[in-house]
Design a binder for this molecule. Structure first.
Ligand code: NAG
Ligand code: NAG
Ligand code: NAG
Ligand code: NAG
Ligand code: NAG
Ligand code: NAG
Ligand code: NAG
Ligand code: NAG
Ligand code: NAG
Ligand code: NAG
Ligand code: NAG
Length: 815
């Protein structure tokens, strides 16, 4: 026994020595080799090079994987299509200085030939995951030049125009075969054209990132500068490439992978706490990401039905096919260009786009927009132009020839494109759409002056808007309107003397009636309860302020009616009533709101709240964010109602504070607000988080029932999340027709919003960024109020998990 033990100890010591020896090595010199079973480990211990078998395959491949990640994650493979079928593999530098991988019978399975003969060259695995053949300081060869399916931080995807090396990703055939499938991702470039990154399936274009516009890729507006990684697109005479780098925290591990099986390109981030990779699908995100789905001269708009439309000034080539949602033939001009007669054509500015495919384009970095226009006008086949770099007011020139392909419309951060139109279409354009700026080529001095004025105005607005995460529609500048006062007689007439037939519901501050004004306009009348002690003038002033809050995600206040004891607010009428009637009706089998609509609604509510919290002239805390306070217009755009009433009718400093009278709805209130009356923008964020969970699950937070535990919806979501089963939260009526990454992201964000401590919750600005991009997110901490049976009283008793002695609200700043 003792001897056995002893010999075992020696054995394990030996093993230990062997291991530490082999694990400490990060390079081999000529005459040394790596056999199957031994590995090279980079100096900092990040990456390991060795032999592996993918999945259940028995084949052996030489590859690189993360050393410290227990889930074997291979980032590069040498002999991708040439496996070794036993453990005979050897990697070595042979006597003529070639790095060779030998298989059975010393047959050469894979090799690299360095351009220069360097007898003293070493092979080394670096901490970046790069395998290099180095001769002192110079790399004779590096694996980063020959990517497999993974782009690591610091790797370049693109062309080195000096050496001719083209670095692109190619997916594995499947999870057991690293041989390249037909799915590739790389940058393509024609001479003098705009370079762009394409995902191809075989030869066919599958997805396009859109050209780099100086700040981001035109087709990925949500990919913005962020604190986690920096990305860049370099384009000069020597090289053109895309690259990203971990910025602040080197220990964040992320990678970008092209996946044949799923036909996606995903960004993965390692979540240490959960010992798992979290994936964010970059490509494709939605229907409109399918290359050229709307055909030539069409544009794709998510949320529209159908998603494809012809560009203004164009019509379907075959109306019949178009009606059958076959958009492949695309669109043709309504009227031909009058190219021959010089300067008869003009341009219509389209905004908010992903720029079209740049295969037939031309770009100049030195031209300005005016020169660009002239250049385009001179060539009959030039169809559109825009600035190639949007930084600093827009420099550079990009012009397109022939049909415009693969355009999509974005809600925010899209780009401008000036599309050529015959003179006749230009006139139509002016009448039809005011949001399009028309440039008429004949320069009339007077209109020129006007244009400059308008331009300066726009510029000033632009400058003001920089850095904002949403586009608020404060609308066209108008002089501050006095709020219309409605005559009580009119309102009584409109609502049939507040008949119960016209009653739409009972809001937090009084009943709401539907009405029709003599001119036919439909209105919603909120009859405020009479308890407010506020003076009339004060009330009027407040309401005038609210009337100035205008945003597409806020219900529009049309006016008010103050007469005697009566105080009423007149709003625009929303035909589709409120969100709760669409999501909570579990009795209804059919799907009233599909996922794209739900996501659109979530983002809209977030924008509306951000506007209230931050972008409007007043800082408004809503204090009663809930499904029944989100109204839907006839295009199902969400509009927040009842904003600002808490401020007016209950009082309390709206930048945050303490109130004796808690307004709000149980089931949506943040703990600090419900218990201590402390409110802040973060208590709205809490309510927003609950609302998002409700939209995803189709179930109410309050009254949520689960057979196995007494948690409310928050608690349920929290449990599922921690058990790695977040998908079970999703409304079953959605079936599988949702974008997984979007839903997961929404669940993740909502859990961040309902965290117990207000200071842990994100602001609405961060929420919008998180919803709209693929930046890695923090792990949520324990939420507040997650047990349904907790009553408010229970909450304040000591020892309860969410009772804290003091909740400080330090994140607020006065404006
Ligand atoms: C390995 O492959 C060779 C031919 O490539 C074949 O002759 C040999 O039998 C295979 N060995 C095993 C164990 O499958
Ligand atoms: C080293 O490997 C290369 C590539 O396989 C081969 O061309 C060369 O002949 C080898 N040299 C020797 C000495 O075997
Ligand atoms: C490997 O070498 C052995 C002995 O030299 C020979 O019998 C066998 O056929 C060889 N196998 C292959 C696949 O070349
Ligand atoms: C980097 O991330 C690690 C783990 O996520 C964390 O422990 C560390 O504090 C972070 N460092 C910085 C500088 O943010
Ligand atoms: C590719 O996608 C499939 C299906 O979603 C998944 O099972 C597989 O793990 C993915 N492969 C990689 C390399 O991410
Ligand atoms: C296509 O649909 C529109 C509107 O639904 C209709 O007016 C038109 O006649 C249809 N055209 C064809 C060719 O089917
Ligand atoms: C117009 O542009 C096309 C495409 O670049 C080019 O082939 C053609 O020569 C140009 N025509 C003129 C008149 O410059
Ligand atoms: C309201 O309108 C009625 C009839 O049009 C008129 O008699 C009354 O004076 C008006 N009241 C006020 C306060 O303007
Ligand atoms: C409206 O109804 C109230 C009571 O509900 C009544 O006192 C009043 O006379 C009615 N007014 C009109 C104009 O019918
Ligand atoms: C929303 O309202 C419009 C116009 O009233 C109507 O056509 C549409 O069917 C409504 N949508 C739903 C989902 O009820
Ligand atoms: C409740 O728990 C039981 C036993 O753990 C499990 O089989 C059942 O699926 C759970 N019910 C639900 C709805 O999760």
């Amino acid at each position: 026994m003792g001897r056995l033990c002893f010999s075992f100890m020696i054995g394990s010591n030996l093993l230990f020595l062997l291991f530490t020896h082999s694990f400490a090595v990060d390079n081999i010199s000529p005459s040394q080799s790596i056999r199957d079973g031994t590995t090279l480990v980079s100096r900092g211990g990040s990456f390991e090079l060795g032999f592996f078998s993918p999945g259940s395959s028995k084949n052996r491949y030489l590859g690189i994987w993360y050393k410290n990640i227990p889930v074997r994650t291979v980032v590069w493979v040498a002999n991708r299509c040439n496996p070794i079928n036993d453990s005979s593999g050897i990697l070595m530098i042979n006597s003529t200085g070639h790095l060779v991988l030998l298989g059975q019978n010393k047959s050469v399975v894979w090799w690299i030939s360095s351009a220069k003969h360097a007898p003293s060259a070493k092979v080394e695995i670096l901490d970046s995951g790069n395998l290099v053949l180095r001769d002192a300081g110079t790399y004779l060869w590096q694996s980063f030049d020959y990517p497999s399916d993974t782009l690591l931080p610091g790797m370049k995807m693109g062309w080195d125009l000096r050496t001719g090396i083209k670095r692109s990703l190619s997916a594995w055939k499947n999870s057991e075969d690293p041989c390249p499938g037909d799915f590739t991702y790389g940058i393509e470039m024609e001479l003098d054209a705009y370079p762009e990154a394409y995902v191809r399936k075989g030869n066919a274009k599958y997805y396009r990132t859109g050209p780099w516009n100086g700040l981001r890729l035109s087709g990925l507006p949500e990919l913005r500068p962020n604190p986690l990684y920096r990305f860049n697109f370099v384009y000069n005479y020597n090289e053109v490439y895309y690259m990203y780098n971990n910025l602040q925290n080197k220990s964040v591990i992320s990678r970008l992978v092209l996946n044949q099986t799923a036909s996606t390109c995903d960004r993965f981030t390692w979540i240490e706490a959960y010992q798992t990779w979290r994936a964010y699908s970059l490509v494709p995100r939605d229907l409109c990401d399918n290359y050229g789905i709307c055909g030539a001269n069409g544009k794709c708009i998510i949320g529209e039905n159908p998603v494809c439309q012809c560009l203004k000034g164009f019509k379907p080539k075959s109306q019949e096919k178009w009606n059958l949602t076959d958009w492949s033939l695309g669109c043709v001009r309504n009227k031909p260009l009058s190219c021959q007669e010089r300067y008869k054509d003009g341009f219509v500015k389209f905004v908010g786009l992903k720029l079209p495919d740049t295969t037939h384009s031309w770009v100049s970095k030195s031209m300005n927009l005016k020169e660009c226009r002239t250049k385009c006008l001179k060539n009959c086949s030039c169809m559109a132009y825009t600035s190639s770099d949007i930084r600093g007011g827009g420099t550079g020139c990009a012009i397109w020839f022939g049909d415009l392909i693969d355009i999509r419309q974005f809600v925010a951060n899209g780009q401008d494109l000036y599309i050529r139109m015959p003179a006749s279409e230009l006139e139509n354009g002016v009448k039809v759409k005011t949001s399009m700026t028309i440039e008429v080529s004949v320069a009339v001095v007077f209109s020129g002056v006007l244009f400059v004025g308008y331009y300066l105005h726009r510029r000033r607005r632009k400058l003001r808007d920089i850095g904002e995460t949403n586009q608020n529609n404060e609308g066209e500048p108008k002089k501050d309107l006095e709020l219309p006062l409605f005559n009580l007689t009119t309102v009584i007439g409109a609502t049939n003397n507040f008949s119960s037939d016209n009653k739409l519901g009972e809001g937090g501050f009084g009943p709401v009636y539907r009405g029709t004004l003599p001119d036919g306009q439909e209105i919603a009348v909120k009859r405020l309860s009479r308890s407010s002690g506020q003076g009339l003038n004060e009330f009027k002033n407040e309401i005038i302020l609210f009337a100035k809050l205008q945003h597409r995600n806020l219900v529009k206040l049309l006016g008010c009616c103050i007469q005697g004891e009566e105080k009423m607010l007149i709003y625009e009428y929303m035909p589709n009533t409120s969100l709760d009637s669409f999501i909570f009706d579990q009795m209804r089998e059919e799907l009233l709101l599909d996922w794209p609509k739900r996501f659109h609604i979530i983002c809209g509510i977030a924008r509306g709240l951000l506007y209230l919290h931050q972008d409007s002239r007043l800082r408004i805390i809503h204090r009663d964010v809930k499904a029944s306070n989100v109204l839907l217009d006839n295009e199902m755009n969400p509009k927040i109602s009842d904003f600002g009433l808490a401020r007016t009718l209950v009082g309390g400093d709206q930048t945050g504070g303490n109130t004796n009278r808690v307004v709000g709805t149980y089931g949506y209130m943040a703990p600090e607000y419900a218990i201590y009356g402390l409110f802040s923008v973060k208590s709205d964020v809490f309510s927003f988080g609950i609302l998002v969970l409700e939209v995803i699950s189709g179930r109410k937070n309050k009254g949520f029932y689960h057979p196995n535990y007494s948690h409310n919806l928050i608690g349920h979501a929290w449990i599922l999340w921690n058990q790695g089963r977040p998908l079970e939260l999703i409304d079953t009526r959605l079936g599988s027709s949702y974008t997984l990454s979007e839903v997961l992201r929404c669940i993740h964000v909502s859990l961040l919003c309902v965290q117990h401590r207000p200071e842990d919750r994100p602001t609405m600005a961060s929420v919008l960024i998180m919803l709209g991009s693929e930046i890695p997110l923090a792990q949520p901490k324990q939420p507040g109020f997650f047990i349904e049976t907790e009553s408010l009283e229970a909450g304040v008793s000591p020892g309860n998990q969410w009772s804290t002695n003091k909740i400080s609200i330090t994140l607020l700043e006065a404006r």
